[in-house]
Design a binder for this molecule. Structure first.
Ligand code: PLP
Length: 433
């Protein structure tokens, strides 16, 4: 593999996200391609088993994206097989207003009503109190994401869900490897999801996964992912279900080929073995990736702590996040607009991203949608106006992270008219060499 080009401050793009793809990944994909493993097969099953084992859960099902995983997870909760626990049109699902759209979209796509709660500044997660206050007579489930890798109060929210008879879907797309109370995120909910898009902790290119410890839910997920069929034989496999020509379901005749009996109104959201091959090589490195993310986040935090005008991110109590990014909110009394800092960083090729959608309820797509807003969304609005994030991914070296921190410090000190080291000074002194 070609060595990484030399870092040139101000010229080398420091993107907010980036996958680490190495020789092992390349070889795995090429080997799968040479084998023409172009659909979902044995390698996908192996990756599913390893993902499930990695999280200590019984089942994982690969999908073609994290968004598909979210759609599948929530749709599974509408299955008639859940009888009176199933979500029905008009039921409410509590979610947060500030985040990624496809955490929320499955609620609307299933004819359910999103109930939006606000988040906290600093952790960017909602709280058990906000969720508790939002619960109404029609509330049946909670679906929320761990914000940019920072776990929400999962123990308490899972306990609340349990006490109030609510189902919990954890969108763990941005938080693979994070822990709360010593337990991996993605293991608290009835179902959880992961994204393998390159910005995420491990990648398969496009891809995602639904995980659960509940075998009944796992069956529903598999059925809905695979066209809605009742049979669980792999494509090309005959009669592992032992009822291929010997069952009667719905109003179909006895003995109708089980392969073509449908117990759900499903989708095809499968992934391929080409992607699973890379998933296996990536999963082998997940601990190293997490360590690099934590180290980069810590370096930024240590360097920026105490700077005026900025609210730095903080981990949720009792958690150890495997960070997705480093979130900064510009305080309302800072002598500069958030956009000025963003422009300054972008001009130095330090890539920034908004806190995803900000307040989703203000976007054109959601203006006329049915929803309930519980309390106010003041912090979601602040985040929309004043929050952005920069990268902590494992491709960033300590030298790059130092340049990012020094640039922010230089901008802020200039605006507060305080002398301090500039990037030019640091370069001269060799600190950035
Ligand atoms: C919290 C969250 N959920 C879901 C997704 C969707 O994942 P994908 O891009 O794989 O569809 C993302 C994407 O970044 C995300 O950040």
């Amino acid at each position: 593999m070609t060595p990484a080009p030399r870092f040139v401050p101000g010229l080398t793009p420091l993107l907010p996200a980036g996958a680490v793809l190495e020789e092992a990944d390349r070889l795995a994909v090429v080997a799968a391609a040479l084998d023409l493993q172009i659909t979902s097969g044995a390698t996908s099953q192996q990756f599913e088993r390893q993902m499930a084992r990695h999280l200590g859960l019984r089942k994982a099902h690969l999908t073609n994206s994290g968004s598909s995983a979210n759609l599948l997870a929530l749709s599974a909760l509408t299955s008639p097989l859940l009888e009176d626990r199933r979500l029905q049109p008009g039921d409410e699902v509590i979610t947060v207003a500030a985040g990624f759209p496809t955490t929320v979209n499955p609620i609307l796509q299933n004819g359910l009503l999103p109930v939006f709660v606000d988040i906290e500044l600093g952790t960017y997660n909602t709280s058990p109190e906000r969720i508790e206050r939002a619960i109404g007579p029609k509330t049946r489930a909670i679906m929320i994401a761990h914000a940019l890798g920072n776990p929400f109060a999962a123990t308490e929210i899972a306990r609340l869900a349990d006490e109030r008879g609510l189902l919990l879907v954890e969108d763990n797309c941005d938080a693979l490897g994070s822990t709360e109370a010593g337990r991996l995120t993605g293991t608290f909910g009835d179902l959880s999801t992961i994204s393998f898009y390159p910005a995420h902790h491990i990648t398969t290119g496009e891809g995602g996964c639904v995980l659960t410890d509940n075998l009944a839910l796992a069956r529903i997920v598999e059925s809905m992912r695979d066209w809605g069929r009742d049979c669980w034989c792999e494509p090309g496999e005959d009669n592992r279900c032992r009822k291929r020509f010997s069952c009667q379901l719905g109003r179909m005749p006895y003995g109708y080929d089980h392969k073509y009996v449908f117990s759900h109104v499903g989708y095809n959201l499968k992934s391929t073995d080409l992607q699973a091959a890379m998933g296996l090589t990536q999963l082998a490195k997940v601990e190293d990736f997490g360590a690099a993310r934590r180290a980069n986040w810590r370096q930024l935090h240590d360097r920026l702590e105490g700077l005026p005008g900025l609210l730095l991110p903080r981990a949720t109590p009792n958690s150890d996040p495997s960070w997705f990014g480093f979130v900064i909110t510009v305080l309302h009394d800072a002598p500069f607009a958030p956009g000025e800092l963003v422009d300054f960083l972008e001009a130095r090729r330090i890539g920034t991203r908004r806190f995803f959608a900000g307040n989703l309820t203000r976007h054109p797509a959601y203006l006329d949608r049915p929803m309930r807003i519980a309390g106010d969304l003041d912090n979601s609005d602040i985040v929309t106006d004043r929050t952005f994030w920069i990268g902590v991914h494992p491709r960033l070296t300590a030298e790059m992270v130092e340049y990012m921190a020094a640039s922010i410090e230089e901008f802020v000190r200039q605006r507060y008219h305080r002398p301090g080291p500039t990037v030019a000074n640091l370069q001269q002194s060799g600190a950035l060499a």
